[in-house]
Design a protein around this ligand. Sequence first.
Ligand SMILES: NC(=O)C1=CN([C@@H]2O[C@H](COP(=O)(O)OP(=O)(O)OC[C@H]3O[C@@H](n4cnc5c(N)ncnc54)[C@H](O)[C@@H]3O)[C@@H](O)[C@H]2O)C=CC1
Ligand SMILES: O=C([O-])CC(=O)C(=O)O
Length: 356
Amino acid sequence: MRTSLVRSAGEALRRRASSSATPSLAPSAHTLRRSYGSESTPERKVAVLGAAGGIGQPLSLLMKLNPLVSRLSLYDIAGTPGVAADVSHINTRAEVTGYASEEQLGLALEGSDVVIIPAGVPRKPGMTRDDLFNINAGIVKSLCTAIAKFCPHAIVNMISNPVNSTVPIAAEVFKKAGTYDEKKLFGVTTLDVLRAKTFYAGKAGSIPAATNVPVVGGHAGITILPLFSQATPASNLSTEDIKALTKRTQDGGTEVVEAKAGKGSATLSMAYAGAIFADACLKGLNGVPDIVECSFVQSSVTELPFFASKVRLGKNGVEEVLGLGPLSGYEKEGLENLKPELRASIEKGIKFAREN
Ligand SMILES: NC(=O)C1=CN([C@@H]2O[C@H](COP(=O)(O)OP(=O)(O)OC[C@H]3O[C@@H](n4cnc5c(N)ncnc54)[C@H](O)[C@@H]3O)[C@@H](O)[C@H]2O)C=CC1
Ligand SMILES: O=C([O-])CC(=O)C(=O)O
């Protein structure tokens, strides 16, 4: 039956395989200890909600490859069995289970350490992220209601747009349920950071993987504020170049939406970004020191209640929300300009959650 619990199709096969002489590509316990610095790698359950979607599928694949994950729970309202069966055949540590209907959402969530949410509709050309609000706000609200019930202590990585509103919606749902922990709710803005790094490296001639650029604010248009004055390695790009890089970073999502011409928005780069951020959360939970990523979180860095900036991750989620550091005149101006839009999106989310 479609709605029945989809135990990973290859479980029996996998058990047989792991007890056979088949060489495993999964890292040995020794490698794990070496790589992650702790005595043993703890059991960690990660749930992906919206796992059969454009982001969900490659993200599920990447989480299956992550040696920090021991259980991978894949939930979607459509198409989960195929994705779960497919991903489950990869011979890595995580045991995969698929859940294909709302009645199974509780099982999907129970015991989760990290819940990643890429469920919801993506943009088409001509739309803003806020145009997704009417559909995605309800989806996020119902998923977060279930999280409050079945895994109230999980870290939540919100990908569904508009992130500037869906994170405040999640916070309100958790507050209503009495489970809100501001240290555990994250809007995923990692893709903005990847774009800023890539575009900057292209212009400055630095190695993309060795380039760093903090991105602060929010996750839509001008609310995305890359701080190229803090980029490393430093360069002496012209003001015009910095303005063009800023605009390209802010419009990065739209660039992909237009290139896909009606077939959705960023999925592959977003899956990579989501996997990087979830990995950082897992490392933080496992006590790996100095894990810092930008994320949209409850914040007192500005007068806005939620704001993206660098965040130090630890055993309880957010360990410290870091300040903005020194800003250029152009960035200070960008910061002031983004505040009204970001405030309005936050308030829209809060209002929706309180009234529905
Ligand atoms: N934070 C970010 O940087 C980014 C966010 N996004 C956002 O991520 C979201 C997903 O994008 P795509 O994967 O491309 O969309 P998609 O349409 O390909 O996949 C969405 C999936 O969510 C599922 N879904 C819908 N309602 C659900 C529910 N109630 N419970 C569980 N699953 C449900 C659908 O069945 C579908 O499989 C969109 O809102 C998009 O705007 C996209 C790119 C970057
Ligand atoms: O632009 C979109 O709609 C999807 C998104 O958030 C991104 O790619 O940054």
